[in-house]
Design a protein around this ligand. Structure first.
Ligand SMILES: *Cc1c(COP(=O)(O)O)cnc(C)c1O
Length: 393
């Protein structure tokens, strides 16, 4: 049979055709009225997509660039900061803050779990200047309780800025930056926005802008104050990725069109969509006798981490899906390699995509004779069908 390559990865995610067409047509110079009109519109739409009244800035970098910018612009060498981590992306915060000379306290929880609020409370000090966390940890498929951490910081009357990597949280989980006391919220183009990698974006609170007046870590390309000044004129400090910005505009229009032109409602639909795809996948895996990596109640809708049966390397399942169906799912990252596989739901995935990957997983499970109690065609699909019908009736 022919095989169509399909990405089921939590970034890059499948591309939206309308965005691809917009990219191909984006032959515009960036110091012109035409670009300024596009950029101004996209920056305004991004506020609605993020769901904030704060400034949103767009940078030409992958998501990690915005993570680095939040550290370089908001800390000074010797600042005490707190990193909350339970996975590979959490560890990235530790790496970046150390690289910029911060004194880093770390609260860590085992991969596949999340930390308790008591742990966070115990680690928060009077002198903590910033707290870093992921909204959803893409390497494990676990959602952290950002709202509760924000509340804890408020209750403690902490001076710490609250900086959240929502690179796979945006568009897959409900986030309320302004109400939850988030100071910086970070996203990336290759995730829920359904466009290629190359742009990061971040929303910045007034408190964070104030902090920037006094911090003195080195920064040049990622100087957020300079970027904001330019954004107000409809430009970026340096040559922007014009094609990706055109794609972003098309993607935001498409999301709005899902709800009769209302971008905020469209974003909620995108979150609902990811949640339904994730719930279908969890139900299918569980019905097949596979175990989920994330604890119940903390599952990220961005991606589902699934454990292979005991004694089986997850690589065999990843390879099986790839060779039989050209389906790309991700194995565990780093030391988790071989012990889980991840199916993404973030962005441009629908019912058909989800049913397809579950059907393919059943084929691979049977072909590999996985030691599962319920190894039979249809077990996962039936469970997924029921979840879909229930959630969309
Ligand atoms: C994808 C991702 C990133 C950013 O990675 P880049 O490769 O720099 O785009 C950061 N955090 C999380 C949680 C992610 O999923």
């Amino acid at each position: 049979m022919i095989r169509k390559t399909r990405l089921y990865t939590p970034g890059p995610t499948p591309l939206l055709p309308a965005a691809q067409f917009a990219m191909a047509a984006a032959d515009i110079h960036h110091r012109t009225a035409e670009f300024r009109a596009l950029y101004t519109r996209v920056l305004a739409q991004m506020k609605e997509f993020v769901g904030t009244t704060n400034d949103v800035l767009i940078l030409a970098s992958s998501g990690t660039g915005a993570m680095e910018a939040s550290v370089s612009n908001l800390t000074s060498p010797g600042d005490r900061v707190l990193v909350l981590t339970a996975g590979k992306f959490g560890e990235r915060w530790t790496g970046i803050t150390k690289a910029f000379g911060c004194e880093v306290d770390v609260v860590s929880a085992p991969y596949g779990s999340t930390f308790s609020l008591d742990q966070v409370k115990a680690a928060l000090k009077l002198e903590t200047r910033a707290v870093f966390v992921q909204a959803t940890e893409s390497s494990t498929g676990v959602r952290h309780d950002v709202q509760a951490i924000g509340q804890l910081l408020k209750d403690a009357k902490s001076e710490a800025l609250f900086i959240v990597d929502a690179i796979t949280g945006l568009g897959t989980t409900h986030l309320d930056m302004d109400a939850w006391g988030i100071d910086v919220l970070i996203g990336g183009s290759q995730k829920a926005l359904m466009i290629p990698p190359g742009l990061s974006y971040l929303a910045v609170s007034p408190r964070a802008w104030d902090r920037m007046e006094a911090t003195y870590n080195p920064r040049y390309y990622f100087d957020l104050r300079k970027e904001r000044k330019n954004a107000l004129k409809g430009e970026s400090a340096y040559t922007p990725s014009v094609a990706l910005i055109a794609a972003m505009g098309a993607a935001l229009d498409w999301i709005a069109a899902q709800a009769d032109g209302n971008l905020v409602e469209g974003r909620k639909k995108l979150v609902d969509n990811a949640e339904t795809c994730a719930a279908m996948t969890r139900a299918a895996a569980t019905a097949m006798g596979l175990k989920l990596f994330a604890p119940q109640g903390s599952e990220a809708a961005a991606a589902t981490g699934i454990l292979p049966p005991e004694g089986v390397d997850s690589g065999a399942i990843v390879k099986g899906l790839r060779s039989k169906f050209a389906i790309i799912v991700t194995d565990g990252q780093g030391e988790m390699k071989g012990s889980l596989f991840r199916i993404a739901h973030i962005g441009f995935f629908d019912y058909m995509d989800t049913i397809a990957v579950i059907g393919a997983l059943e084929q691979v499970a049977v072909a590999l004779k996985l030691p599962l109690p319920n190894l039979a065609f249809g077990t996962g699909l039936i469970a997924a069908q029921k979840v879909f019908a229930e959630r969309t009736k």
